[in-house]
Design a protein around this ligand. Structure first.
Ligand code: NAG
Ligand code: NAG
Ligand code: NAG
Length: 181
């Protein structure tokens, strides 16, 4: 093997290794799909980052992206639901308790709907999947709304609610791409 050829082989090997250890390195077509969804979101950066961090391969399709959104909503909503239960146990302020109870049921609805949506997704019944998901923005919004009434000082869930709101919107917009393919 000539020296030049050898260098070339080594470069190719390094490139392959680089690509293999960088699954979160979306190719052009994948990034175009991500952009199409994320440009419709209230925070492009959060959306783009969430997709890129959870890509299993650098080349993907709307089915994989939809799976990511369902996983992320479920994970976030589960964590937030548990957080709400903890806050409920820790507080004795009645107004805060009432607001947290609204959030408890908000997130029960979200989690139940996304469980149904996941089942439909696995059956490749994307129309039903979207139908289940469509009820969740309103249900989740109820958790924010109940903190707008004084005398509750600050919403301890504001940041989590914002992230889940975006994740739910990502799920619905990505799922819609799947239906209209
Ligand atoms: C979206 O995320 C990718 C991967 O992290 C990054 O390379 C790209 O610059 C981001 N797009 C924009 C417009 O910020
Ligand atoms: C919610 O999801 C985002 C994006 O994946 C992640 O950065 C954040 O840590 C999650 N938050 C919770 C409470 O699970
Ligand atoms: C609730 O109280 C427990 C015990 O004091 C504490 O460990 C936990 O962090 C608190 N949880 C929240 C969400 O405030």
């Amino acid at each position: 093997m000539s020296l030049a050829h050898c260098y070339f082989s080594v470069s190719v090997a390094l490139l392959v290794i680089f690509l293999l250890i960088n699954p979160a390195f979306s190719d052009k077509k994948t990034q175009e799909m991500i952009d199409k969804v994320c440009r419709q979101m209230e925070e492009y950066g959060f959306c783009n980052q969430t997709f890129n961090e959870n890509l299993k391969t650098k080349s993907t399709n709307y089915v994989d992206l939809t799976q990511i959104t369902i996983d992320q909503v479920t994970r976030n909503a589960t964590n937030t639901y548990e957080f709400v239960l903890q806050l409920l146990q820790n507080t004795s302020i009645e107004a805060l308790k009432n607001a947290l109870r609204v959030c408890e049921s908000s997130y029960q609805v979200v989690l139940g709907a996304f469980q149904d949506a996941l089942r439909s997704f696995n059956q490749q019944d994307y129309d039903s999947m979207i139908k289940y998901e469509r009820v969740t923005p309103k249900a989740q919004g109820g958790c924010d709304a109940c903190f707008n009434t004084p005398p509750i000082p600050a919403n301890p869930l504001a940041d989590r609610n914002r992230q889940i709101r975006i994740l739910i919107a990502m799920a619905i917009v990505t799922g819609h791409e799947l239906v209209t393919l």
